[in-house]
Ligand binder design. Structure first.
Ligand code: GLU
Length: 366
């Protein structure tokens, strides 16, 4: 049975397509969350809308153009946004707790565990965590950038069973439904492949950031972590309750049967910052067939700079994304031992941390 649910609410849902937060719409979401909460479910709300709330409060009608202005709007809007969520949940006798995260909070293993503990403690106390990105301070390097991916990180942190991405669209279509009358809603997605990415396009709407592309990325991450994912329209009646009841609505992505363990969740969530190791075809085949470790012999390039213990991307020679893993050597070392047999690591570097660059236990293949 689904117990722990992350509900992600995009700006277009919160504003009902206008430039102002729509309190009636928010109340409707809170009512559904509260009903589930009373039944014993654990709810986590991942909310957008800080920038929209800031623009509303300061009466700024145009789109913010500089980063500083966006951050100012987020600073003003976040407290307003939180005030509204708090007032609405209070009507149902439910406490909320705000957590503002950035990528840096999940990239570092200690911070990941710390954020996870806070989230768990809130849930244990039957408090609804309300999560957004810490937009007021997040710089480009540490931003998640969109709340679809942020909500998937919430799934990783909370070990949630279900992620509901509420959008202004009914779900994922075979083509853009706004321009193509033949577009059909896809009820269930088994494989998130290149065709699906092409169908999703790079759609972006008004005040929010996430389009369908970021939703697919988020769905991919969340289902690997063992959560079912549903993309559905935020304005559909009782949408959250119907999804939890198992009704066919929107687009559903079933969870992977064998979700990754705890440490690998962190690797999945934390990757992206440090750098990339490019491996040859033989190594790529060996990794995907045999579940082995990545040896220096299979590495052909190193991009970026990373420390021993960082999470790096692994790509093939044609730049296809193969996975992520924790490196046992820093980037300078890896570039010196790339292409070599493992038994010459010590001779080359003057020391060795073992024969592998990324151990299979620290590796996630995509
Ligand atoms: N964190 C942003 C906000 O609160 C929203 C990001 C998004 O829409 O994905 O305004």
């Amino acid at each position: 049975m689904t117990k722990r649910i992350v509900v992600k609410i995009g700006t277009s849902v919160l504003t009902a397509g206008t430039r102002r937060l729509n309190h009636a719409r928010m109340l409707e979401i809170v009512r559904q969350c509260s009903a589930l909460h009373k039944e014993g479910y654990e709810l986590i709300v991942c909310t957008s809308g800080a920038i929209a709330a800031g623009s509303e409060r300061l009466r700024i009608a145009r789109q913010p153009d500089s980063l500083a202005e966006k951050q100012m709007l987020a600073a003003v809007g976040q407290s307003r946004l939180m005030e509204i969520w708090e007032q609405l949940f209070t009507q149902f006798d439910i406490h909320v707790g705000q957590m503002l995260l950035t990528r840096a909070d999940v990239e570092d293993r200690h911070r990941f565990l710390n954020a996870r503990d806070t989230l768990r403690t809130l849930l244990e106390h039957r408090i609804v965590p309300v999560i957004n990105e810490n937009d007021a301070v997040a710089t480009a390097e540490i931003r998640v950038g969109d709340n679809d991916n942020l909500s998937a990180l919430c799934v990783l942190l909370a070990e949630a069973d279900l992620l509901i991405l509420l959008s202004d669209q009914q779900g994922l279509f075979t083509a853009d439904p706004r321009t193509n009358p033949d577009a059909e809603l896809i009820a269930e997605v088994e494989d998130i492949d290149a065709d699906l990415h092409a169908a999703a396009g790079e759609s972006k709407s008004g005040l929010g950031i996430g389009g369908m592309k970021t939703k697919l990325d988020a769905a991919d991450m969340a289902r690997r972590a063992g959560a079912h994912v549903v993309i559905a329209a935020g304005d559909a009646p009782d949408v959250i309750l119907r999804i939890v009841a198992g009704e066919q609505i929107g687009t559903r992505f079933p969870a992977f049967d064998t979700p990754i363990g705890n440490r690998k969740r962190w690797i999945l969530g934390g990757a992206g910052a440090s750098g990339t190791v490019v491996i040859d075809k033989g190594a790529a085949t060996a990794l995907s067939n045999g579940g082995g470790s990545l040896l220096p012999a299979g590495i052909i390039h190193v991009h970026g700079s990373f420390e021993r213990g960082d999470v790096v991307r692994i790509t093939g020679p044609d730049q296809t994304n193969l996975g992520r893993g924790v490196v046992r050597y820093d980037s300078t070392d890896v570039s010196r031992i790339q292409g070599l047999q493992s038994d010459s690591i010590r001779e080359t570097l003057g020391y060795a941390y073992g024969p592998v660059v990324i151990h299979r236990d620290d590796l996630i293949l995509m």
